[in-house]
Design a protein around this ligand. Structure first.
Ligand SMILES: *Cc1c(COP(=O)(O)O)cnc(C)c1O
Length: 393
């Protein structure tokens, strides 16, 4: 079918999309409506941690679809219990609530913190978040986000999210007052352009929140489930948060997210929280299949080794082309272009059958599957080098 034959105008026009319709995916490759194949370093926006249509996900979907799809969130089902038990065993948390998207999990985290504030801190509700942070696209999570321009886009915002500066502990301390209940951050700011929290900052933040009797919330929607080389990014900081959210990778491509909390913080009462699809067995069966793969020590060791390899290749490229270098953790990496060429390079690479992302005008981001091969990384780096060459003219 030709692109013009698809009735694309029936979809709301919410973003500038190229004239490509994807029809098939396998591993690191996507195929469009003309049969053209693309090397994919976007992977559903850091979602497909095992690549496109991996066997373990397909098998879990097939098996579970025949068995039970949705008995209602008002009843227990085996798959949500099994996935919650895995997450509890592998993390520092004791309680899990499942959601359908990262934003919804973060909404849950905000509600839980406010509930805890009502119970233990005489109604405190303010959650300190960070400049340039990203927590989702609902009204409350947009208000929590520090994305420039979002404070006015759908005004009025939800109040109660003062913004501190990442890696500046005094900027957090200054904002703490009688209404403060929590501090919420991404261990690596993803949408901002891949900016990790420093080790000293994260440890000081845990100290500070403990001393002041505040909750520490880690939004690991992008950093969780192996992306940074450990199952959860907080594990690299030698700290334990009180609340964590997961999304993206946990479903390996299907809509699944989770809100995790320590026992003492799990203060929802009946009626406080819910949702028609929360914990549905079809998605939770996939979540368990993904977690079983990604949590293997040899799998995570390979993510770290592959992340180092990608970092090395990007550093070489940066040195050859006189760019500003590579940053990130594990397989969440960015290349600093030093010039606002990102959108142009993404387009040139796509015309050359390579999909990459530019979250900021001078930044390229690489969000491969976690089992990407070194050969695929080499191909990607060659494609990026060609695209940068063309973009510079
Ligand atoms: C993507 C993302 C979200 C939002 O997740 P959705 O599934 O798109 O709602 C929230 N927080 C972080 C850190 C993210 O990267």
């Amino acid at each position: 079918m030709a692109f013009q034959d698809y009735p694309v105008d029936t979809l709301m026009n919410i973003t500038a999309r190229p004239e490509i319709v994807f029809v098939r995916g396998e591993g690191s490759w996507l195929e469009d409506h003309t049969g053209r194949r693309y090397l994919d370093f976007v992977q559903g926006w850091a979602v497909n941690c095992l690549g496109h249509s991996p066997a373990v996900v397909v098998e879990a979907l097939e098996r579970q679809a025949r068995k039970l799809i949705n008995p209602s969130p008002a009843f227990y089902n085996e798959e949500s219990i099994a996935l919650a038990a895995r997450l509890v065993r592998l993390s520092c948390f004791q309680r899990v609530f499942f959601a359908n998207s990262g934003a919804e999990a973060n909404e849950g985290a905000i509600k839980l913190a406010r509930r805890w504030g009502r119970k233990f801190r005489s109604g405190a509700y303010e959650i300190i978040t960070f400049d340039r942070s990203f927590h989702g696209r609902t009204i409350a999570t947009m208000s929590a986000s520090g994305k420039p321009g979002w404070d006015t886009l759908f005004a009025p915002q939800v109040p109660g999210f003062p913004k501190a500066i990442l890696n500046d502990i005094e900027s957090v301390e200054r904002l703490i007052g009688p209404k403060t209940v929590a501090v919420m951050l991404e261990p690596v700011q993803g949408e901002a352009g891949v900016y990790p929290a420093d080790l000293e900052f994260m440890q000081a933040l845990r100290e500070l929140t403990r001393e002041r009797h505040l909750l520490l919330i880690c939004d690991e929607v992008q950093t969780g489930v192996g992306r940074t080389g450990t199952l959860f990014a907080y594990q690299q900081y030698g700290i334990e948060p009180d609340i964590m959210t997961l999304g993206k990778g946990i479903g390996g491509g299907v809509p699944l997210a989770a809100l995790l909390a320590r026992e003492a913080v799990s203060v929802f009462e009946h009626g406080d929280q819910g949702g028609t699809y929360n914990g549905n067995p079809l998605m939770c069966a996939v979540g368990s299949a993904v977690i079983d793969e990604v949590s293997k020590p040899e799998f995570l060791a390979n993510v770290r080794a592959t992340g180092d390899y990608l970092s090395g290749r990007l550093t070489d490229l940066s040195n050859r082309l006189g760019l500003k270098g590579d940053r990130g953790r594990g397989l969440l990496r960015a290349l600093d272009l030093g010039a606002d060429l990102g959108a142009r390079i993404v387009e040139l690479a796509r015309n050359d059958s390579l999909l990459i992302n530019s979250p900021r005008p001078a930044t390229l981001r690489f969000m491969s599957s976690l089992n990407v091969t070194r050969g695929e990384i080499d191909l990607m780096v060659e494609g990026v080098e060609r695209a940068i060459g063309k973009a510079r003219g």
